[in-house]
Write a protein that binds this ligand. Sequence first.
Ligand code: BG6
Length: 488
Amino acid sequence: MAVTWQGSFCMEVTPLPCLLTVFGALGDLAGRKLFPALFRLHRRKLLHDNSGILGCGRRPMSHDDFRAYVRTLPELANVPDAEMAPFLRRVYYLAGDYLRDETVRGLAALLDQAGKELGCTDSSRIFYLAVAPDSYLPLVEKLAGAGLLSEPCESADCSQWRHVVFEKPFGHDLDSAVELEHGLLRHLSERQIYRIDHYLGKETVQNILMLRFANLIFEPVWNRNYIDSVEITVSETVGVEHRAGYFDRAGLLRDMFQNHMLEMLSLVAMECPVSFEADRIRDEKARLLRSLRPLDPADLMLGQYAAGNGLKGYLEEPGIPPDSRTETFASLKLRIDNARWKDVPFYLRSGKRLNERRSRIVINFKHIPYSIFTGIRETDLSPNRLVLTVQPQEGLTLELIAKKPGPKLCIGPLALDFRYASILEPGESMPEAYERLLLDCMLGDQTLFLRSDTVRLAWNYLMPALKAKEKITPILYPAGSPIETVCR
Ligand code: BG6
């Protein structure tokens, strides 16, 4: 589809100087996502010239060794030296067990040193905890004990923030999530806590709000009068990979539903916020989560991949107990008890080791009420569908009924298909979710981060499913199956 992108409103983004410390700097997340995203922000001139990055890991190495390691990360290995060098100059490294006092003292000293060398002594500090979740609280306690989390000024326009970024999981169930929240709030205010759900940084997911609230044509039909059902699907080809220890304890409901699936649902189904401000948007998400009808375990289906299509089964994966009943697939029919959505089913489905990687949100509209086309019933005409493709090939498709060109009267479905990549400038690439999220954290914008009440509400909703799953034996599906064949 030919798309023209004419004149746009761009919010000004002025990068502010900051020192970002990444704990777990030698880990998988930092190597695959964080450092590549930071480099791309640097390349897009969205990292302030005076900003610096401190990697913190257990393995002893010098600043230069760490720079050399960053240089060889798969995503960065092919970047020309001339582009990498100015980025690497602002990268530092600290070795040590971050739960020990001397490491935290070393960090305070290195922050001072980097601040002086880079010219950002009075800037904000961000601490990114890419570490095991059971270290969150002890590490925050250590940082707080060393005075590293106290903000030097409290006024709203003060930009010397101390932000701490957490990756999911935020607890293992409702009780542990509440306990973690209470522990964190002893040392940090909610304003300083950045809980990441990387799905919120994906372009299509961010665009749900623009689509719904910056256009006239969707909102009037975005309700039970015109929408028949909504599907949110995340199909993955990857299996448990090297995360057996975490995944077997968590399972798919905790891994995907408590966060990504319910966050996408909130954006699709929430009411219009009063304004485009972090807390006003998060207020509406919380209100939506409060409107969910308590989950009926009869609406839940769980699956586990078995060997198939030349792929191993879950129980044969390294580190998985041979009698594990952990679900690698879940589907859920969900209802929202409010005036907008009464009686509209929402189908949420996600699974691992399926035949394709595909995440999308499908809005299925109702049939037209009456057909004027002789011999064609209303139900003969496919209802409209709006498909928001989250990945791959982010975009949206609107399926309509139209006349096929020609002298005969032929009517049938027509898809208006749009991919975001088609409106990028030449040489530009789709931004990765982590770019946007890291940038927002540096700008102090919490819109795309989770607030404690929405985390709690999501756990609260899922608790009946988590209890029910103890008694459910997941159905087996062959690895490499299409998602449609796994669902009832
Ligand atoms: C993570 C889950 O949050 O999201 C993983 O822990 C999952 O199990 C991943 O594979 C999916 O993210 P993406 O961006 O690849 O769809």
